[in-house]
Design a protein around this ligand. Structure first.
Ligand code: GLN
Length: 287
């Protein structure tokens, strides 16, 4: 607990103390500390950096310390601050959705490229989570219309909020659906189907970093025994909802590209299968 001395703390002091407390759990303790201070002050990070000698009100210092405690226990910074940047856009995140990863940006960039082949493409995002992929596509693919499906009500709420906050709510349809369930019986067809499905092998979930394993939704990570369950299902059902000449685009785990390409090949509905790397050089996208 903080004592009354807290009243005399400067931003610098609490940042120093925060770094000491979270350095075991965080690989970026200074950045995290600055961002938590910024959140408590309702300012941006730059403000914190140039006001290190500002005296903190006791109440603000306590708010920062409460966030530091959460971070120390492993709660991801993004759930504490409620923000993650993705494709240059700001996304609200909280427990219940996976935090958007920079690895996924290459998938979005490839889909933006493909979408330019079509006038006003209809795009389907299976398992939309926070809406990072859907919202970015609605934003950057002119006159696209996006259908975003997720089994989780909470994810859809967050996705809707992100669509609204980024000004694309009128071009995204959020639908509660277990994979293609809600599309069954319709004759809707899409130019592009995109998905970053759960793909971690069940036995590997135990080995994930505590801040992933204990805080991010297992339902967004668990891809079954071999991690490939969702690729099989999406390839099998998804081809029914693709126009001929349409594209299916997946994010895959670091060692799954060849297997996912094979699943697509074996379904004999796909040709010209391509694999693309993410920035660190890992095969990350199969189209
Ligand atoms: N990239 C995520 C992770 O490694 C997993 C995302 C997923 O299963 N789609 O934590």
């Amino acid at each position: 607990m903080l004592t009354r001395q807290v009243r005399y703390l400067k931003i610098r002091d609490i940042i120093k103390s925060s770094i000491e407390q979270i350095r075991d759990i965080s690989s970026t303790p200074l950045l995290d500390s600055e961002l938590m201070a910024a959140k408590a002050l309702d300012r941006d990070r730059l403000y914190v950096i140039i006001h290190m000698d500002e005296q903190l009100e006791e109440e603000t210092a306590e708010r920062i310390q409460a966030m530091v405690e959460e971070r120390k226990n492993g709660r991801p910074l993004q759930y504490i601050t409620g923000h993650q940047e993705f494709m240059g856009l700001d996304f609200y995140v909280s427990e219940g959705v996976l935090i958007p990863r920079p690895d996924t940006e290459v998938l979005v960039e490839k889909v933006i490229e493909l979408a330019s082949e079509f006038g006003s493409p209809k795009i389907l995002d299976i398992g939309c989570g926070s809406g990072a992929i859907s919202v970015s596509l609605a934003k950057y693919v002119e006159s696209s219309k996006v259908w975003s499906l997720d089994i989780s009500k909470r994810a859809l709420e967050i996705g809707r909020k992100n669509a609204t906050d980024n000004g694309v709510a009128d071009r995204i349809e959020f639908i509660e659906s277990d994979l293609f369930q809600k599309l069954e019986g319709t004759d809707i067809e899409f130019e592009i189907i995109v998905s970053n499905p759960p793909y971690i092998r069940r036995a590997d979930i135990e080995d994930l970093h505590v801040q992933v394993k204990d805080y991010e939704p297992a339902g967004a990570l668990d891809g079954g025994i071999d991690g490939l369950d969702f690729y099989r299902k999406i390839v099998e059902r998804g081809r029914l909802y693709l126009i001929s000449g349409g594209y299916m685009a997946f994010e895959v785990g670091h060692d799954q590209a060849a297997e996912v390409a094979l699943i697509m090949e074996n379904s004999s509905s796909f040709e010209n299968i391509s694999i693309y790397k993410d920035l660190p050089g890992i095969d990350r996208v199969v189209i």
